[in-house]
Design a protein around this ligand. Sequence first.
Ligand code: AHN
Ligand code: ZN
Length: 331
Amino acid sequence: MKRFLILIVPVILASCNNSSQKGTAGATDSSQLNKPKVEIPSFNKDSAYAYVVAQLAFGPRVPGTPAHEKCAEYISGRLKSWCKDVIVQKCRMAAFNGKMLEGKNIIASWKPELKNRIILCSHWESRPWADHDPDPKNRRKPVDAANDGASGVGILMEAARQFSLKEPAIGIDIVLFDLEDYGPPQDESAGTDKWWGLGSQYWAQNPHKQEYSARYGILLDMVGAPGATFLLEGISQQYAADVQKKVWDAANRIGYSSYFLYEKGGMVTDDHIFIMKYLNIPVVDLIHLDKTTDSGFYPYWHTTHDNLASIDASTLKAVGQTMLTVVYEEQ
Ligand code: AHN
Ligand code: ZN
């Protein structure tokens, strides 16, 4: 069953379509002509990888556990060393099973006074159950979430370090969501999409700043597996096409065409839909999709194999360098 083809979205997102991205509509080359030549910092893949390792060292960052608590401290502590405006936003959310979850969205802002800004986001916590594990005995075990969590955070931590060395021209908010992956297990049919992305649902309805807005956002999800394929996720294609094109064109221009394919993927319920729905900011989901798997996601999705062995620093580099290119080219 293709888990991710189910969706609430179309009605609510109407006005995100074709919003205000200027200067990206033409062919790749002509759009490049208008861009000032800027020096793009080199993304350090070993540094990003080390931040993935550090997160995994706490054990699965499952909400309600000490590992979750400690990892929040670790991430926010590192971000504070690179950025003077870090906010840890607490949220209390009910899960599908009635359990109350204590979440923390972690936000680091550069040039918070600027309206001209973008969002870079990912989720940081681990899924409590490897419900898609091939071995039924593993399906109640938590997921290390090396790829589905730590990879995006590792890349954004390295980006934050880079921003501390050379501040981008535009404002940036790195937003690390909690409680993304507490959706109902596959064998419980309790589910609708509203149980996913609880942290981003909270933040999008209660942003860390009043009247918050941004030009667009980039969501990283499962961005560290060897030979990852980033297909054109369907919701992003529909509501954030300009942003998606900007990111894919940048990746292809700097040599990462083997990862960033111009091929349509399925629609995914992910944190981006809530930002589009509640804040009307177009957000692209940069997510590893694979048409050969049953889930439609990368092969180890929600299995106990989503561990350090499934992370390749070269993929972190492809995504991180692409993101830095997009960020530093913005004026
Ligand atoms: C659903 O399974 C409905 N959405 C997947 C979004 C997700 C989970 N991304 C990472 N983990
Ligand atoms: Zn997940």
